[in-house]
Design a protein around this ligand. Structure first.
Ligand SMILES: Nc1ncnc2c1ncn2[C@@H]1O[C@H](COP(=O)(O)OP(=O)(O)O)[C@@H](O)[C@H]1O
Ligand SMILES: [Mg+2]
Length: 219
């Protein structure tokens, strides 16, 4: 499988990947603050975010009672939600020149559905290729963390909503991590692996260096 060309657009598309509790939401918030202070137009989003159609699709996927969900059905629904969010939220923001920080994108499907659920990364890549039509991130920051540590962070966070994937066993989350590492090996030119055990401030500093370098390069 090969990655597509990013279509011509004025903005910069950055995605964030990693297991549950790896610190994606926290890091995106920190980077968005810094970007705004530096005067950039920045849009933060998570995949179904801001698109009612994509939110509805995601609700079907994450519904706790849907234990009979077939693996390929799940993969197709994720690809459908991704497509709708891309069209409604990401592409318009990029067209006006914004920096889009997106919490999860295509690599989540490769790691969760392709690798951990065993559908095959190449197969999942194919349906997602159809969904994203060549619109790939300029850079992906992957937060690498032992699943035990991520799940412990989630459990300590009393206010957090627990979804169907959070309730999967540790063995599944270990496979997800192995899947992410395989994806990072396949796309070294796009994916930057960060040690997510670092304290939030240290992680933010390291991520900022990569982001600033990417913005200089694409200017
Ligand atoms: N680098 C970090 N070190 C320790 N705890 C963190 C770190 N980053 C985030 N956290 C905490 O871990 C929990 C999960 O973080 P979050 O950003 O929501 O992760 P994710 O979005 O990847 O699931 C939150 O309670 C958050 O405050
Ligand atoms: Mg999050």
């Amino acid at each position: 499988m090969r990655e597509g060309e990013t279509p011509v657009s004025k903005g910069t598309f950055i995605t964030f990947e990693g297991g549950e509790g790896s610190g994606k939401t926290t890091l995106i918030g920190g980077l968005a603050d810094r970007l705004q202070q530096a005067g950039y137009d920045v849009v933060t989003t998570r995949e179904p975010g801001g698109s009612p159609i994509a939110e509805s699709i995601r609700a079907v996927i994450l519904e706790r009672n849907h234990t009979a969900m077939d693996g390929r059905t799940e993969a197709l629904l994720y690809a459908a939600a991704r497509r709708q969010h891309l069209v409604e939220v990401v592409l318009p923001a990029l067209a006006r020149g914004a920096i889009v920080l997106c919490d999860r994108f295509i690599d989540s499907s490769l790691a969760y559905q392709g690798y951990a659920r065993g559908l095959g990364m190449d197969e999942v890549w194919e349906i997602n290729r159809f969904a994203v039509e060549g619109c790939m991130p300029a850079m992906t920051l992957y937060l690498d963390l032992e699943p035990e540590a991520g799940l412990a962070r989630i459990r300590a966070d009393a206010g957090r909503e627990v979804n169907r994937l959070d309730l999967e066993g540790l063995a599944f989350h270990r496979k997800v991590r192995d899947g992410y590492r395989e994806v990072a090996r396949r796309y070294p030119e796009r994916i930057v692996t960060l040690d997510a055990m670092q304290a939030p401030d240290d992680l933010l500093r390291e991520a900022w260096l990569h982001l600033a370098a990417k913005l200089n390069e694409t200017k």
